[in-house]
Design a protein around this ligand. Structure first.
Ligand SMILES: [Zn+2]
Length: 455
């Protein structure tokens, strides 16, 4: 038996239904043949928030954003802020120059595949912990290409260059390659998730897989190579924007939010991720707020907030272990005990699930929620609230809405980040048979990669 290898294609923002549709229509012949027909496919679940960056962590580390205290593409740390607002760990936005802190912010208890398998090669992925500089194959020229892609909406050359780097890389010995193809996400944001430009982005990834497989065959490496293709979140089209920071300002709160983080004497901090997820922290109290106290102090603003049509539900800590799920109709509870979970509608049923009437472990909780509107809701809420950086209030937007104003240039027409199935479900494909007999979390992909490389 030859040396075991893995090539991971992270097709950012691909939706399972769209990928399958394009494959059935004959647009993606390589994915159809090597994955859907001769390999394995399942619809999996990503993490909460379902947003680029944090949602790569399950694949690369087998752990969730909450495990790393990287609770969004932007986060706020009330404890650290109270100690000194300009402290290094008071707040973060990985969208700008602070992206470079992502690696250091990661929890060393969950090493990346690059650390476990030294010598791994990286293409465009922002998480480079454990990647030696010369193995970060797109580090030169990436920011220029990305800027042009962003402002001029010229996306596809980025993926095509990534493919070229990938082809060069597999000329030589390798063990693990992680390649991000970002255009499906970008085209979906700036056009639509089902648009001719987006289709073109899927086709680039498809063609890449075809050429890579042909090359591996020539080298006689294909049998020992596991090719994984997966995305980090779904995406829905955005029709209405509700700017959460503006909302709280209108309610009379001095509000700290990117990009105006210098607000004096802020009363509330609002941090948005993927545009359909927000974390809100109230600064008039040290430590966490629990639901009843929070409603006593800020109930007026929060009641008006959940009544807004953009808001699906909010999450708050009921007590030290349990989490309230609150929508405009009322409250339900996710209870957590010894790592197990239960769900009970109290005055409303925001998740639309039957009461569990018993404790569920992680596996049972996955099965319980998978076909609902909120796949893996219990475990995802549990992992997020295990971090002190979750904030006092976590917001999940309704489909069709996002939580920032349209000042972003160019305007986003697509959103993700929420706990809704249209953001949580992701396609997972592999070129080997029988690897995906049932739906899985994206953390399981990490374990499948490890068992291939170690096996
Ligand atoms: Zn993404």
């Amino acid at each position: 038996m030859g040396k075991k290898r893995v090539i991971f294609y992270l097709i950012d923002g691909a939706r399972p239904d769209i990928l399958q549709k394009y494959a059935q229509q004959g647009h993606l012949p390589n994915m159809k043949k090597h994955f859907l027909e001769e390999g394995s496919y399942t619809k999996g679940t990503t993490c909460f928030p379902s947003t680029t960056g944090p949602a790569y962590l399950p694949y690369l580390c087998g752990s969730f954003p909450g495990d790393h205290h990287i609770t969004g593409i932007r986060w706020f740390d009330k404890d650290a802020f109270k100690k000194g607002r300009w402290g290094r760990n008071a707040m973060r936005s990985y969208c700008g120059y602070e992206a470079k802190y992502f690696n250091e912010d990661m929890n060393p208890d969950y090493p990346s595949l690059f650390e476990t398998y030294p010598g791994g090669l990286n293409i465009y992925n922002m998480i480079t912990k454990g990647v030696e500089e010369e193995n970060d194959l797109t580090r030169v020229g990436k920011s220029k290409l990305y800027t042009r892609a962003h402002f001029k909406k010229i996306h596809h050359p980025v993926d095509k260059l990534g493919h070229a780097r990938l082809m060069e890389a597999i000329e030589n010995e390798f063990q693990f390659i992680f390649a991000v193809f970002p255009s499906i996400d970008w085209d979906s944001h700036y056009h639509h998730y089902d648009h001719e430009e987006t289709l073109e982005a899927y086709k680039i990834a498809d063609q890449s897989v075809g050429e890579v497989i042909q090359k591996l065959e020539e080298k006689n490496w294909l049998d020992d190579t596991l090719i994984v293709m997966a995305s980090d979140h779904g995406l829905t089209s955005t029709k209405v924007h509700l700017d959460v920071a503006k909302f709280f300002r209108k309610q009379g709160y001095r509000t700290l939010a990117y990009p105006t983080i210098w607000t004096l004497f802020p009363q509330v901090a609002v941090f948005i991720s993927g545009n359909s997820f927000a974390s809100v922290s109230f600064l008039d109290q040290e430590g966490f707020y629990f639901t009843d106290q929070l409603m006593k102090k800020h109930g007026q603003a929060l009641t008006a907030f959940v009544e807004n049509e953009a808001i699906d539900f909010i999450l708050t800590r009921k007590n030290a272990t349990d989490i309230s799920v609150i929508n405009k109709d009322g409250e339900a509870l996710i209870k957590v005990k010894d790592g197990q979970m239960s769900y009970e509608a109290i005055t409303a049923n925001p998740l639309g699930l039957e009461n569990t009437n018993k404790w569920l472990n992680d596996k049972e909780a996955f099965d319980y929620c998978f076909d609902s509107d909120y796949p893996d809701a219990f475990v995802q809420i549990k992992q997020l609230f295990a971090s002190h950086r979750s904030g006092d209030v976590v917001v999940s937007a309704n489909v069709g809405y996002d939580l920032r104003d349209f000042w972003e240039i160019p305007e986003h027409l697509g959103s993700h980040g929420s706990l809704h199935k249209e953001h949580i479900h992701v396609p997972i494909l592999m070129n080997k048979k029988d690897l995906l007999p049932q739906p899985i979390r994206t953390t399981e992909v990490y374990h499948l990669i490890r068992s291939h490389l170690d096996g």
